[in-house]
Write a protein that binds this ligand. Structure first.
Ligand SMILES: Nc1ncnc2c1ncn2[C@@H]1O[C@H](COP(=O)(O)OP(=O)(O)OP(=O)(O)O)[C@@H](O)[C@H]1O
Ligand SMILES: [Mg+2]
Length: 392
């Protein structure tokens, strides 16, 4: 069928035509925001899940909702290869958010002046002075050069100004597991202080499943600081909705067995759903129904595209020793593997390179440690891919 009308969107952070199965998460944020606007506090939110489950899409949705409320919205993506990036991105995005608040610049109260001055000081301290707010720096405010101290200052000053205005600050941090321990601690401390002073400064984080553990390692109270929410594959009814609704909006119907086949093959993972939906649509003869035969052809094509992109991009980045490690995980079928089992499977010769291989694969974002002594793939379906490769 006409690819110009194809409603499916496989990709990183691409908004799906139908955002399915996330009502509870969206509602959790709406409650937090309503409470904040009534002067009530809530815990900040941390979303975690595997690659391709829809964390970025969810953060964007919440950012949009916060913007509709006229909140200050700061969106950053953590990047471990550039450790300074977090501070500069925070500085620039905070300044941009303040600028969007036109009235803050023209009718600044004492609290707003303090907030804008602090942001300006912070910008100067981290060397990100691109966005001028037209306010003087306030020496001693958010300019210590220590992110742990400065973020707390910002939470206090910007939080107080926002509270006065009846709005809040939403700081959306994607790929949050990439923050350094110091940066995680800074984020925790800022939320902790905001909570103590009842200031509407909220973080909404998104990251891999090891993010809650990483946060707890950074600050022991982090386990009580956040509302931890798992982002996972879609339940059957939601997966059907994500698949059928976008087609139906184009007067195209999925035959029941075709939809069921796609659901089974995608296991309800949002990225796979979009990928298969797209290739099945393109393969279908049309004009207004998608049959099991279309689905069979399209999913084979979609699987090939996943192998060439989603999986192979990760496989290609792994060295020989790292690939051995990935292979040794495959028998656990996507469930977390015990490091001890991997060591056994690899035998004596390779087990010496186990530590470095593991660390490098974590650094490359291909695996993560769900708990001590365990390791798991960050991408769903990786075990099958490794086996498919070896069969070829
Ligand atoms: N709730 C949903 N319903 C339907 N499709 C979705 C949903 N959430 C995300 N998708 C689709 O899934 C794909 C992946 O989404 P996204 O990039 O947000 O995942 P992610 O969890 O951020 O992945 P990564 O960890 O690789 O960054 C996109 O193609 C998106 O359109
Ligand atoms: Mg993402």
């Amino acid at each position: 069928m006409d690819p110009r009308r194809n409603p499916y969107n496989p990709g990183a952070g691409l908004r799906p035509a139908a955002l399915a199965g996330r009502d509870d998460d969206i509602e959790a944020f709406e409650i937090l925001a309503d409470r904040a606007q009534n002067g009530l506090m809530s815990r900040s939110i941390v979303f975690s899940g595997l690659r391709g489950v829809g964390k970025t899409v969810l953060l964007s949705e919440l950012a949009g909702r916060a913007l509709e409320r006229n909140w200050l919205v700061v969106q950053v993506e953590a990047e471990h290869t550039l450790p300074d990036h977090f501070s500069t991105a925070m500085a620039v995005e905070l300044a941009n958010a303040a600028r969007r608040q036109g009235s803050w610049l023209t009718r600044a109260t004492e609290k707003i002046r303090l907030a804008l001055g602090s942001i300006t000081s912070f910008q100067a301290a981290v060397g990100a002075e691109g966005v001028s707010l037209g306010f003087e720096r306030i020496p001693g405010r958010a300019d210590s050069g220590s992110i742990q101290v400065d973020l707390v200052d910002l939470a206090e000053t910007v939080g107080a100004a926002a509270k006065e205005e009846g709005i809040g600050i939403a700081i959306l941090i994607d790929e949050m597991q990439e923050l350094t321990t110091e940066q995680m601690s800074a984020v925790c401390r800022s939320c902790h202080r905001a909570g103590q002073s009842a200031l509407p400064w909220f973080v909404v984080g998104g990251g891999l499943p090891n993010l809650p553990t990483r946060l707890a390692e950074a600050e022991s109270y982090a386990e009580r600081l956040f509302d931890y929410r798992m982002v996972d594959r879609l339940a059957d009814a939601d997966a059907v909705f994500a698949l059928v609704e976008p087609a139906s909006a184009q007067q195209v119907a999925w035959e029941a067995d075709a939809a069921q086949f796609l659901l089974d093959e995608s296991s309800g993972y949002p990225y796979f759903l979009q990928q298969f939906g797209k290739t099945v649509w393109d393969a279908a003869a049309g004009p207004d129904t998608i049959t099991l035969e279309d689905a069979t052809i399209g999913i084979a094509e979609g699987q090939q595209q996943l192998d060439l992109g989603f999986y192979s991009s990760r496989w290609e980045r792994a060295t020989k020793a790292e690939r051995e490690f990935l292979r040794a995980m495959a028998p656990d079928d996507g469930q977390p593997s015990r490091i001890a089992d991997i060591s056994d499977r690899l035998g004596k010769a390779s087990s010496r390179s186990l530590g470095p291989a593991r660390a490098n694969l974590i650094g490359k974002g291909i695996v993560y440690g769900p708990e001590h002594g365990m390791i798991a793939y960050t991408v769903p379906g990786m075990a099958d891919y490794v086996r498919r490769r070896d069969d070829e």
